[in-house]
Design a protein around this ligand. Structure first.
Ligand code: SAM
Length: 267
């Protein structure tokens, strides 16, 4: 339960639902039950390149809600505030840029939610699991500072879990840790002591910078995991990196967008 922002105002029910990384098969029973309880799904409108991701969310609702007696829902797209040029920012500017963007998003959502009938249950469909590299929970917390809300978070299958399953591997050596990071931080953070490293949000395949330092690392790479165009590659970093770079460029050109994640592990 979030702090009540305005005394006496109705408490809005919000469900943050992890829907897995692309396949309808990733949805848990808990996620399906939560979907069916939602009246209005709020979806960020991020422009045409991400249309396919909105389409996947719609397909999930069609598959799991449509045709169920008494269940009705609608989608409301909310234009996303413009986000600054992350790649050119240092860490401090990046963090404050993201905070401003979350606040702008929260303002917009709070306005939309306040205009809905008070008993409408609001849903956010979150790609993968809401706990990893997703701002929805932070934005919903910020909505809670503007409106009284009650929040229910449903976990989902994260992209890195699908990556491990698709390759049929355990990510770490027996009893060892897994470090999860972003492409932005990989070069500064990587050391042989880290062991297994999962890299998400890497638009530039930052691991290319490790080829000279650690050519023997094993990479397990996957794009569009759980989607029909799922593509996998694995091998020693120095042996397969050029192929991954080429395949990635071809896939991006073919589909207009790309999401990938990879694991680097000591051989
Ligand atoms: C904004 S983060 C969201 C992560 C999500 N919450 C999760 O738990 O998977 C997006 C990143 O997740 C990874 N990702 C998400 N879905 C993916 C998929 N189907 N295939 C490959 N990578 C994916 C990519 O690294 C992408 O850059």
């Amino acid at each position: 339960m979030n702090p009540v922002a305005a005394e006496g105002a109705p408490v809005r029910e919000i469900k943050v639902i992890g829907v897995g990384a692309g396949s309808p098969g990733h949805l848990t029973q808990e996620a399906i039950a939560a979907l069916r309880a939602v009246d209005v799904f709020l979806v960020a409108d991020k422009g045409s390149v991400k249309d396919e991701l909105v389409a996947v969310r719609r397909a999930i609702c069609e598959e799991f809600i449509d045709g169920i007696e008494g269940e009705d829902y609608r989608f409301l797209t909310v234009p996303d505030p413009v986000r600054g040029p992350d790649a050119e920012r240092n860490d401090t500017a990046y963090a404050s840029g993201v905070a401003d963007w979350h606040a702008a998003r929260a303002d917009r959502y709070a306005e939309v939610i306040a205009a809905l009938p008070t008993h409408d249950v609001v849903g956010f469909l979150v790609w993968g699991d809401p706990a990893f590299y997703d701002s929805t929970i932070r934005v919903v917390d910020a909505i809670g500072e503007r409106l009284p809300i009650s929040t229910h978070v449903v976990p989902g299958i994260s992209a890195f879990q699908v990556l491990a399953a698709a390759h049929g591997i355990v990510m770490h050596a027996v009893g060892q840790p897994v470090h999860i990071t972003t492409g932005r931080r990989l070069m500064a953070e990587w050391s042989p002591d880290l062991g297994a490293v999962v890299v998400m949000l890497d638009g530039h395949l930052a691991c290319q910078g490790l080829v000279e330092r650690a050519p023997d690392l094993t990479i397990h790479w996957g794009a569009y995991l759980g989607l029909p165009q799922q593509t996998l590659r694995s091998g020693q970093l120095a042996d397969v990196i050029n192929e991954i770079v080429a395949v990635r460029a071809e896939l991006r050109a073919e589909h207009g967008w790309l999401m990938d994640v990879y694991l680097l592990s000591p051989t």
